[in-house]
Design a binder for this molecule. Structure first.
Ligand code: MLT
Length: 273
């Protein structure tokens, strides 16, 4: 179930579960300061299908990337697919995992049978976000990782959820504090430098699903309405009362929408598309 491979001398850890259908698995990419374990909340509901979860370089058990960048993460995803002999996948990324999925779609469009952006978007960072990330890098370089991570997670949840489920927020903070300083810094640098991917959304030859939260403090709903019509085939799932962390705040609805989307992508493959 847990596997690893070496790409350019760096270890990439991934988890392979569920049933092979000879077509395309669902590949799940976690967000910033997280690792593949963030998907545990929806795994049992997704059981009927083959799921590959990857620790992006510098997180979980995976080695640091050779250089920062969403493209470098995308190459790691491609290395896992190649290792498993998979020509295509349905790729779903949460937040920074979605930025990675877009970089993947730009570099390897023919490998996508579907693309799901979960609390994610195609825009590059504005100046304010770049500045915030630079401040984060300074904190990490000053040895303040624990404080940085403790301040990061509470605001990602809808206020009501964070109040009612402090144990969920605390567990994520503890998990985030286990990630390495260098991995977190590389992710921040990679997000600062990432490009706008609206053109990628227009060009990808597969259906695109947007899952977004009504109360997401990182991604206003208007950002999704601006881009939802860019892909040739697109669907959207709005999670009412949810912030940025649907896999914890609304795992049932998130899993259901991913299953439906995955089924749709598989039907297209069966129809020769
Ligand atoms: C994430 O959850 O991956 C981050 O919030 C993404 C970001 O900071 O843009």
């Amino acid at each position: 179930m847990k596997h690893s491979l070496l790409a350019n001398g760096r270890r990439i850890v991934y988890y392979d579960t569920g049933h092979e259908n000879g077509k395309a698995p669902l590949v799940l990419l976690h967000g910033f300061c997280e690792d593949a374990s963030v998907w545990n909340t929806i795994l049992s509901q997704l059981k009927p299908i083959r799921i590959i979860r990857i620790d992006l370089p510098g997180f979980g058990g995976s080695d640091l990337p050779l250089a920062p960048g969403m493209e470098v993460y995308a190459e790691a995803v491609c290395a896992v697919l190649n290792e498993l002999g998979l020509t295509r996948c349905v790729l779903a990324g949460h937040s920074m995992g979605g930025y990675t999925a877009l970089a993947f779609g730009h570099k390897y469009p023919e490998r996508l049978a579907g693309l799901a952006l979960i609390h994610s978007h195609p825009f590059e960072d504005n100046l304010e976000r770049k500045e915030n990330r630079r401040r984060g890098i300074e904190m990490l370089r000053d040895g303040k990782k624990d404080l940085y991570v403790a301040q990061l997670f509470p605001g990602l949840f809808a206020p009501g959820f964070a109040r009612d489920h402090p144990e969920v927020v605390d567990a994520l903070i503890r998990q985030g504090q286990k990630q390495t300083d260098a991995g977190i810094v590389a992710a921040l640098e990679g997000m600062i430098d990432r490009r706008d991917h609206r053109d990628t959304l227009e060009a990808v030859p597969c259906p695109v699903l947007f899952v977004y939260g009504e109360l997401d403090s990182i991604i206003p709903e208007t950002w999704i309405s601006e881009v939802v019509n860019l892909p040739v085939i697109a669907g959207a799932c709005r999670l009412g009362g949810v912030g940025h962390m649907g896999m914890f705040e609304a795992p049932g609805v998130l899993a259901e929408s991913l299953l439906r989307f995955y089924g749709f992508c598989l039907e297209r493959i069966a129809a020769g598309m």
